[in-house]
Design a protein around this ligand. Structure first.
Ligand SMILES: *[C@@H]1O[C@H](CO)[C@@H](O)[C@H](O)[C@H]1NC(C)=O
Ligand SMILES: *[C@@H]1O[C@H](CO)[C@@H](O)[C@H](O)[C@H]1NC(C)=O
Ligand SMILES: *[C@@H]1O[C@H](CO)[C@@H](O)[C@H](O)[C@H]1NC(C)=O
Length: 197
């Protein structure tokens, strides 16, 4: 009798052990799945997310600036830097050849060529550029008023087409636009401000 009871008990306890093992396994699987979801979500929100590289002008050093409000006309020479900043992507940014144009109210006055290249992981490419432009192409009559007001505003516009390689495997197309506003102080013949979007 006692033998039978203990046998039944051991059977019951082994059933109980199996049940607990199953529960533990279910808990482990749940933890693993939740962990994976967190990892994948975090990765897709950070590492995998492709951000637009910044494409803009660096410091402008005016070498000469001459203007005649009555004609109206102007002529300027300056040096600057073309900057391609790829600081937010987990991979390099490879871009095609492109152009940056310098415009006065939509009229192109000068154009500089940008050779194709690659901005490495968390890095910035800086290319020196020398720009020489004048008002010959401008037919707009606002120019005289603007020069008389003392501030001449130009824009530099460009678009880079390229690809971001994430973690060396995934490649995603990404275009970066430049639109900087350059203001010259006409009387002082210097740069007044440079703002890039
Ligand atoms: C840059 O401008 C030149 C001259 O206008 C043009 O021939 C060339 O196709 C342009 N390059 C790009 C990449 O837009
Ligand atoms: C004005 O710029 C044009 C190109 O846009 C150039 O051909 C011309 O020589 C320049 N004129 C002067 C006086 O620099
Ligand atoms: C650049 O920005 C100015 C305003 O700051 C805007 O008037 C102009 O249309 C923009 N140009 C391009 C090509 O996006």
């Amino acid at each position: 009798m006692a033998w039978k009871t203990s046998d039944a008990e051991s059977l019951r306890s082994s059933d109980e052990q199996k049940r607990q093992k199953k529960i533990k396994l279910a808990i482990y699987i749940t933890i693993f799945v939740v962990f994976q979801i967190i990892v994948i979500t975090t990765m897709s929100l950070t590492v995998m997310k492709v951000k637009t590289p910044r494409f803009r002008l660096g410091n402008i050093n005016v070498q000469s600036f001459e203007s005649v409000p009555s004609t109206p006309s102007f002529d300027t020479k300056f040096t600057t830097q073309i900057k391609i900043k790829n600081s937010a992507n987990w991979g390099s940014y490879k871009f095609n050849a492109a152009n940056v144009t310098f415009q006065y109210q939509g009229t192109t006055l000068a154009e500089i060529n940008i050779a194709k290249g690659k901005a490495g992981w968390l890095s910035t490419i800086k290319r020196n550029a020398e720009v020489s432009l004048n008002s010959t192409a401008i037919t707009n009559s606002n120019l005289g008023t603007e020069l008389s007001s003392g501030v001449l505003t130009l824009n530099s516009v460009g678009r880079l087409n390229g690809k971001v390689a994430i973690m060396f495997i995934m490649k995603k197309k990404k275009a970066a636009n430049m639109n900087c506003t350059i203001a010259f102080d006409v009387a002082a013949k210097t740069l007044k401000s440079l703002q890039c979007k």
